[in-house]
Design a protein around this ligand. Structure first.
Ligand code: SAM
Length: 215
């Protein structure tokens, strides 16, 4: 059966690697593995996002949807040491590595959670009401940064965005990076139709950065 980077339990044989995320203001070393998104280098779209977004609210509650091995959430945590950052993903191997990468880079203001497609805790936290994981995931979030999983298909992507954009705090802002030829403009139109005011904040190297503000 074909393996996808968004499988909950990737069966791919392990191939540990280390990648560097080097930006003007930070340098993180990140361990990766097969069975997750972009394990051989930090994805170009992720770089474009991190080079384009304004600084996160310094003491905010921040979210990375589809965190993979953690580059976006960890960059948020490094840029806003007073903030509390949450990263979520459906891929167990990726979430385990994101937790490891937080320790590796001495970032204590970030936590990673395995979730299901409905945005509720999965794995060890599943089905337990009122857990710290449930509280962490409930938001509301002052900022969301995401390189969302376009390849899961439109219905699943729309459900994911409805769930997590619904947890944006009043006045909060989301920045999403989407490849132009993977439907960035039609996603922007869909967001507007859904009542999420979305604008193009940047466009570079074939990627759009969509900004959604919650009034
Ligand atoms: C394009 S990748 C980005 C990964 C990482 N943020 C990065 O920049 O390298 C999208 C991620 O979304 C995850 N994903 C897929 N469906 C999801 C869902 N319903 N909820 C949360 N994450 C999901 C995938 O497992 C994958 O790690």
């Amino acid at each position: 059966m074909a393996q996808h980077y968004f499988d909950p339990d990737p069966g791919a044989a392990h191939r540990p690697a280390t990648v560097d995320l080097v930006l003007a203001d930070l340098h993180l070393r990140l361990d990766t593995d097969r069975g997750m998104f972009s394990p051989d280098r930090v994805d170009l779209g992720t770089r474009v996002l991190l080079e384009s977004v304004p600084a996160p609210p310094p003491e905010g509650r921040l979210l990375d949807v589809g965190c993979g091995y953690g580059p976006i959430a960890l960059a948020m945590a490094a840029r806003a040491p007073g903030a509390r950052v949450v990263g979520v993903d459906v891929n167990r191997r990726a979430v385990d590595l994101a937790r490891h990468n937080a320790r590796r880079n001495h970032l204590a203001n970030v936590e990673f959670h395995l979730v299901d497609a409905e945005g509720t805790p999965a794995g060890g936290d599943a089905g337990t009401a009122g857990t710290p994981a449930e509280r962490a995931l409930a938001g509301p979030f002052d900022a969301i940064w995401s390189n969302p999983p376009i390849r899961i298909g439109k219905p699943a992507l729309h459900a994911l965005l409805r769930t997590w954009l619904g947890r944006l705090a009043p006045g909060g802002t989301a920045h999403l990076v989407v490849q132009k030829n993977l439907g960035a403009d039609s996603l922007q139109r869909w967001l507007q139709e859904e009542g999420h005011p979305a604008e193009r904040a940047a466009s570079r190297a074939g990627f759009r950065i969509l900004r959604v503000r919650r009034p």
